[in-house]
Design a binder for this molecule. Structure first.
Ligand code: MLT
Length: 323
């Protein structure tokens, strides 16, 4: 083959962008969780990663990168090689951070390729077990009367617990002292220990603690009660009808990741969402896998765009921004 032909072929290969080895994946894949281990996002990620590993034939290894409400971990993936070996599993914070942060280290819609939606997790309003309130009405009355003493825990601006806490404070027109953690895994330890008073956190992190009596629950942020906790009233029943929020979770790859890799990952995700073990564990934790048609890359990309628009007005009205 003449040198001219070799150079021409090499040029074509460069133009074609990063080709994907037929054997993809041929080594473990890293799935970044942008919050501390042991929290709700970590719980969802480990369940899905375990099932995807079986389909892909390679380990999907969780790497917890907490901080800045999830934006540090998201930034790590935005800058990763687009070779299909670094993924992000993040929740609604991927959309809300686009408004909350004036200086994000990435462009939310341009710097990621959606793989698919995973699940939409309810939130619960919970306190330390000896908090002096027997229902949400008493909780609100106590909080308003003691606002400088009640500490609200969350995982930083951009986290789901921050978003729900913001909605609660808006609804009761009361600003609370906030304790910030790298995830509601560590925050939950302090709630159980009584170091903080109040949190709004996902059922994937609170269900076990509520059922075990380690914390007290007042309401769930869904339109209907949960089969997993039928005695827990909805926010509407308990007196905060406008406080309804679900924490959707999705998987992303860095922009430039070959479509063939996205397709393989999407197929593995779809299988995980139909995995009996995943379905069973999700149900025990108060949530469900996304339906197939919503778990596609295109549906997920569209969902992120519409959620950025949806939450932009809510966040701007609340006037809550990160530096
Ligand atoms: C959140 O509030 O967004 C959660 O803390 C996320 C997590 O820790 O998994």
């Amino acid at each position: 083959m003449s040198m001219k032909t070799v150079l021409f072929a090499a040029g074509l290969a460069v133009l074609a962008g990063p080709a994907l080895a037929q054997s993809y994946p041929d080594r473990p894949i890293t799935m970044v969780v942008p919050f501390a281990a042991g929290g709700p996002t970590d719980t969802v990620a480990r369940l899905v990663a375990q099932s995807m590993s079986q389909t892909l034939g390679q380990q999907v290894v969780i790497e917890n990168v907490g901080g800045a409400g999830g934006t540090l971990g998201a930034g790590r993936v935005a800058k990763a090689d687009p070779d299909g070996y670094t993924l992000l599993l993040h929740h609604i914070g991927q959309a809300t951070s686009a408004t909350l942060y004036r200086k994000l280290p990435y462009k939310t819609l341009e710097d990621f390729k959606a793989v698919g939606l995973v699940t939409d997790v309810p939130m619960t309003i919970v306190t330390r077990k000896d908090f002096p309130a027997k229902d949400l009405k008493e909780l609100i009355a106590y909080v308003k009367a003691n606002k400088d003493k009640v500490t609200l825990g969350n995982a930083g601006v951009g986290s789901a617990s921050h978003l729900c806490g913001m909605l609660i404070q808006e609804a009761i027109q009361t600003q609370l002292v906030t304790a910030v953690y790298k995830g509601t895994g560590p925050a939950m330890n302090d709630l159980v220990g009584g170091q903080i008073d109040l949190m709004c956190d996902q059922t994937t992190n609170t269900t076990g603690q509520i059922k075990g009596g380690a914390i007290k629950a007042y309401a769930v942020t869904t339109p209907k009660r949960l089969p997993s906790m039928p005695d827990l009233p909805t926010t509407a029943e308990a007196g905060l009808p406008n406080l309804q929020v679900g924490i959707w979770h999705g998987i992303y790859a860095p922009k430039g990741t070959p479509d063939a890799a996205i397709q393989k990952l999407s197929e593995a995700l779809q299988k995980a969402l139909a995995d009996e073990n995943v379905i069973k564990r999700f149900a025990e934790l108060g949530t469900l896998p996304e339906p197939k048609e919503r778990a596609t890359p295109a549906a997920h990309q569209q969902h992120v765009a519409s959620e950025i628009a949806r939450w932009k007005s809510v966040i701007e009205a609340a006037g809550v921004f990160a530096d």
